[in-house]
Write a protein that binds this ligand. Structure first.
Ligand SMILES: CC(C)(COP(=O)(O)OP(=O)(O)OC[C@H]1O[C@@H](n2cnc3c(N)ncnc32)[C@H](O)[C@@H]1OP(=O)(O)O)[C@@H](O)C(=O)NCCC(=O)NCCS
Length: 154
């Protein structure tokens, strides 16, 4: 695979990856959030073990991509893969690790009956939106709707 480093391996997420994901997230966003990732990793492993993926380079986890297969949410009966959170250590970008993790997730979704992969993106985030479009995700007939709620949270 062009651009891919020797020693690169894409494999399903497991519970022991929490520490590496916390470290990658901290490198990306500058905030140390172990509780959040402990909870999110547990959630995805319970919902759909085998869907979420990590990228290892020479035995170190340097990227993650989390998501799950869903049926029946929002009244959508057709199974679809949902891509929710991902991140790659800044030192390991531009080497197709994101594309490879996405390929492994798409294969998992396909082999479990999904015909599409869905996600939500903030159009103002050019990095994430550009990456997702490069992977082949485009406009959907589904529309995200929201309404601000006035007042202080109770
Ligand atoms: C988005 C991100 C995963 C992309 O990482 P990457 O190493 O560049 O990804 P890849 O090398 O796998 O790129 C795959 C494709 O996406 C393209 N791509 C990546 N970033 C892009 C961008 N900003 N705009 C357009 N295309 C982009 C690449 O050019 C490549 O296309 P190609 O194969 O046709 O050349 C990385 O920038 C990242 O982790 N960003 C931060 C994400 C974040 O904020 N996470 C918070 C925790 S949830």
């Amino acid at each position: 695979m062009p651009g891919t480093q020797t020693g690169t391996r894409i494999r399903p997420l497991d519970e022991l990856d929490i520490g590496a994901i916390v470290r990658i997230d901290e490198r990306i966003g500058g905030i140390y959030r172990p509780e959040i990732w402990e909870q999110r990793v547990g959630y995805y492993l319970r919902r759909d073990p085998g869907a979420s993926q990590v990228a290892e380079v020479d035995g170190t986890v340097v990227g993650f991509m989390l998501g799950d297969l869903r049926v029946g949410e929002f009244g959508l009966e057709e199974p679809a893969g949902w891509l929710e959170r991902f991140g790659i250590d800044p030192d390991h970008r531009g080497r197709d690790l994101g594309r490879l993790m996405f390929g492994a997730m798409a294969e998992h979704f396909r082999s479990n009956g999904a015909r599409s992969v869905r996600t939500l993106v903030d159009r103002r985030d050019a990095t994430i939106a550009g990456f997702l479009r490069a992977l082949g995700l485009g406009a959907s007939p589904l529309e995200a709707l929201e309404m601000p709620l006035e007042g202080e949270p109770r």
